[in-house]
Structures are given as structure tokens and as C-alpha cells.
Write a protein that binds this ligand. Structure first.
Ligand code: CO
Length: 282
């Protein structure tokens, strides 16, 4: 067994989306090929209501999955098929947009902290036009593994040791873990993340080190690390009260054609998505 090493660090781009929600886009368009099957990762986090209160009014999606993980705050989701849900602190919504949904994601709070992530995961060509579906998990429904030294591993997708995550997806085999090293333990945490999976780590609090035979790399708060496709495990050690997400998945190796919220394989399919949306076919 060998540990995967650092390829590069990413700081992300400050931007806004929806109705003026401030966020940091960590997985940007230029990384889509490198981090296939993932298309986007946004981190949002603010104590100022003006940074989030506009939310994400009605907008469409086709051809992929959106995964919203709320660390703190409350967001109401509604769609054009009558589906509605409230996402609260620690909860996850895994939406498979498939052939198309129009939905809104609106904060259900006017003050306090709103923090979390939205990840876009591609669908293989054979599933892009599947029926839309949702999986929703409250905080207590996310399986948690606690190590003997108090490191907490929340398993949103894939698995950690014998803890099976909330979601499993066949084509992309995603792993989505939220790690909390808040007991201060300095023991090495070893994750099985085979080199065939594209993988990245984002430290959202504190500071971590990535360990390998080549040495140590410090990952500070707000930094995303893309891992090389070498080795079969990831070695992480707490430096200072770290919290981090680890995301990995099986690349699809298919062409990516994107126009805003539509992600298909060809330009023609994307134009069809725009026409279908405009003609009210979603
Ligand atoms: Co959306």
C-alpha cells in the first residue's frame, strides 16, 4: 500500500451565483476534465444575511447530479414536480437531475450562519436522460465512523472501513467524506482511495497535513488539494483542529458539453436541452 501525493493546491475563485449568493468556486470549469466525474464544487459560508438571503430562485438542471451538504443553516428546496424539502444543519440532499428539473433553493433564515457545499457529479451518457430523483438525509441519517482516538468520519457517499455511506452510485463510485479532527488527535488517519479515482481534499477549518513517502504537505484552511493518481490510500494527520471534506470518483472518460446548468456529451444535446427548457418540457 502506498499513499497518494499532492499534485497541486487550489484556492478557488470568489464569485456569486443564484440571486447574489456569495461563494467560492473551488472546482472551476477548467478542472472538469482533470477531476472527472466532478463538474463543480462551491463552498458558501457567511454570517451576513446579505451574502446568502437571495438564495437560488427557480433554475433548471439536466444531465448530472447536484449534492448539497449543509454544515450550518436551513435551506428550503422546491421543484416543478411538487417535491419539497427542508435541508438543515448537517443534512444532505442528493438530487439526480436526469432529463430535467426546475427547482429553487432558498434560505429559511434571515440571520445567523449559512455554510455548506454544493457539488456537481456527472452522469454517464446512458443515465443523463433518466427520470429525476432525490435522496434526502437529515444529519442523524448520515452514517458516522468514530476512530478510537476520536476522529469523526461522516460517510456521505462510498464507504470508510466497514461504515457504508448514505449514497452509493454505480458508474461514478463516488466517495464523499467529512472529517473532523476536533479532539486534537495527531494520529494518522488512513483512507482507502485507489489511484484510479480522481480525488481532492478541501480543508474548511483548521489545518491538516497530507502524508506520504515523499514527505508532508500542509493544507491550510481554504485550500483544496488535488491528489495525483498514484498510490491507493490517503494519509492525513491533524495539525490544528482540522475539518475537511474528501471527495473521489471514477472518471467517466466521456466528452463534457456544458451550457450553464445543462451538462451533456455533445453541443447538439446541450442545445436540445435549452430548447426543451424554453418550450416548457422540463
Ligand atoms: Co440547482
Amino acid at each position: 500500500m502506498t499513499y497518494r501525493t499532492l499534485e497541486r493546491k487550489i484556492k478557488g475563485q470568489k464569485t456569486s451565483d443564484g440571486d447574489g449568493v456569495k461563494l467560492t468556486r473551488l472546482l472551476t470549469h477548467d478542472l472538469q476534465k482533470r477531476l472527472d466525474p466532478f463538474l463543480m464544487l462551491d463552498a458558501f459560508g457567511s454570517d451576513e444575511s446579505k451574502d446568502y438571503v437571495g438564495g437560488f430562485p427557480d433554475h433548471p438542471h439536466r444531465g448530472f447530479e447536484t449534492i448539497t451538504y449543509m454544515l450550518e443553516g436551513r435551506m428550503r428546496h422546491k421543484d416543478n414536480a411538487g417535491h419539497e424539502g427542508l435541508l438543515c444543519s448537517g443534512g444532505v440532499q442528493w438530487m439526480t437531475a436526469g432529463k430535467g428539473v426546475i427547482h429553487s433553493e432558498m434560505p429559511e433564515q434571515e440571520n445567523g450562519r449559512m455554510e455548506g457545499f454544493q457539488l456537481w457529479l456527472n452522469l454517464p451518457a446512458s443515465e443523463k436522460m433518466c427520470a429525476p430523483s432525490y435522496q434526502e438525509f437529515d444529519a442523524q441519517d448520515i452514517p458516522v465512523h468514530q476512530t478510537s482516538n476520536g476522529i469523526v468520519v461522516k460517510v456521505i457517499a462510498g464507504h470508510f472501513l466497514n461504515t457504508v455511506g448514505a449514497v452509493q452510485r454505480k458508474a461514478t463510485s463516488p466517495i464523499y467524506l467529512d472529517l473532523h479532527f476536533t479532539t486534537g488527535s495527531k494520529d494518522l488517519l488512513v483512507l482507502d482511495v485507489p489511484g484510479v479515482l480522481n480525488a481532492f481534499i478541501y480543508v474548511y477549518e483548521g489545518c491538516l497535513t497530507l502524508e506520504s513517502d515523499e514527505g508532508q504537505e500542509t493544507l491550510n484552511q481554504g485550500e483544496m488539494a488535488i491528489l495525483k493518481n498514484n498510490g491507493d490510500q490517503v494519509g492525513l494527520r491533524n495539525s490544528s483542529m482540522a475539518k475537511a471534506i474528501v471527495i473521489a470518483g471514477q472518471p467517466l472518460g466521456e466528452p463534457i458539453a456544458q451550457y450553464g446548468p445543462f451538462v451533456m456529451n455533445t453541443q447538439q444535446e446541450v442545445m436540445q436541452a435549452v430548447r426543451d427548457f424554453q418550450q416548457g418540457l422540463f
